[in-house]
Write a protein that binds this ligand. Structure first.
Ligand SMILES: C[S@@+](CC[C@H](N)C(=O)[O-])C[C@H]1O[C@@H](n2cnc3c(N)ncnc32)[C@H](O)[C@@H]1O
Length: 362
């Protein structure tokens, strides 16, 4: 029991990263239309430090929001490390500007007290979750699986920040495969303010002129189930299939593609592509079949006896004749009308963007 508490405390300690307003703005500008008339919940957010609260309260009228709810977790180990050090956990409710100054004044924000600690899994927080249309936050990474599972259980729309490692989780990848969750529009690099107790590091860490500690990550991304335009953009492919350039794996029946941009435009069977593919993924163009380890249960892929990084297995949805430029007679040919495509069922509406800057070949 003591060990469990210690582990929880250690994990919670690593969860204190405060998202920058610019990163929130850059992502959420792709979702503006979704927010009109909606109740937004930020449920891992101390309003004193949360830029999510800042963003939605200051843009309340512009976005046409109905209500903003923000819940603040009172970390039980707050004396050790957290900034969440108010006496009781609170939640805030903002219904928009009343006095015409278009600024969220303290008297316009309803402050309510929780009986518990404001844990997003508590009954009190779940009641607020039920009221919400869209949940937007950067949740604790140590609880990412549970966090996403709860959003799915209550059928919520969401835009949340996370670590790309989560893509490989056995309970997250199936959601990606089934088009229930996809990558957002921006970010592969992000910097976060961290509390004072964070230990100094030799890399990806600095202290600014005010004494504020910072950490940066190269593998941060947004996860969402809201439609965004990027998800409908078709990747322009220029390479042709060549058996030598795209060898088959030793241990399963698919060809290996080393770079997302080099997916051959004229190959109709299964292809293994790097994880960077997800940033370009348009479910009208490709279907995801699984990963080499998870769905094929074949372990890491091998080519010519050499082990390579895990791949996402995909297949094109449209027949080759529908690819712009696939017929080399006329590079300016118009694409075939959508109703002539082979149509596959897509479970949810779709959308995603890139910096091809994930760790290639993870
Ligand atoms: C990665 S930080 C992000 C904070 C804030 N959302 C932001 O983006 O600036 C995650 C936050 O979740 C809080 N947290 C940790 N466990 C929680 C829980 N069980 N329920 C709600 N919030 C929790 C942490 O205290 C931490 O402040």
């Amino acid at each position: 029991m003591a060990n469990k508490n210690l582990n929880q405390a250690k994990n919670a300690k690593k969860d204190e990263f405060y998202t920058q307003l610019v990163d929130i703005e850059n992502e959420l500008r792709h979702y503006r239309a979704h927010f009109k008339g909606k109740t937004v919940l930020c449920n891992c957010d101390d309003p004193r430090v949360s830029n999510f609260f800042h963003y939605f309260s200051y843009n309340f009228e512009q976005l046409g929001l109905k209500k903003l709810i923000t819940t603040c977790y009172k970390n039980q180990n707050r004396d050790l490390f957290s900034q969440n050090d108010s006496e009781r956990a609170i939640w805030l409710e903002y219904l928009g500007d009343k006095n015409g100054d278009r600024v969220p004044n303290p008297e316009e924000i309803g402050i309510h007290y929780f009986n518990g600690d404001g844990d997003f899994r508590s009954a009190e927080c779940i009641e607020l979750l039920k009221q919400a249309d869209i949940v937007v936050t950067n949740p604790p990474f140590s609880l990412f699986r549970e966090y996403v599972a709860q959003l799915m259980k209550y059928g919520k729309k969401f835009v949340i920040l996370g670590n790309q490692n989560a893509i490989h989780y056995k309970d997250i990848f199936p959601l990606i495969k089934n088009n229930q969750l996809w990558l957002g529009s921006t970010l592969s690099f992000a910097k976060f303010k961290v509390p004072d107790y964070y230990e100094e590091r030799s890399t990806r860490f600095w202290i600014d002129e005010t004494g504020q500690k910072w950490r940066s990550f190269g593998n941060i991304c947004w996860f969402t189930n809201l439609d965004i335009s990027k998800r409908h953009e078709e990747m322009i492919l220029y390479k042709s299939y060549d058996a030598e350039e795209y060898p088959k794996y030793d241990n399963f029946d698919a060809i290996n593609v080393n770079k997302t941009s080099e997916i051959p435009m004229d190959y109709e069977d299964v292809m293994g592509v790097p994880i960077t593919f997800l940033d370009k993924y348009n479910p009208e163009q490709f279907e995801i079949l699984g990963t080499s380890t998870m769905d094929m249960s074949k372990g890491a892929p091998y080519v010519g006896g050499k082990r390579i990084y895990e791949r996402i297995l995909i297949r094109r949805r449209k027949p080759i004749g529908d690819v712009v430029g696939a017929n080399n007679d006329s590079p300016l040919q118009m694409p075939t009308q959508p109703d002539t495509y082979v149509h596959h069922e897509i479970t949810t509406p779709v959308a995603a963007e890139d910096p091809e800057s994930y760790n290639q070949n993870r």
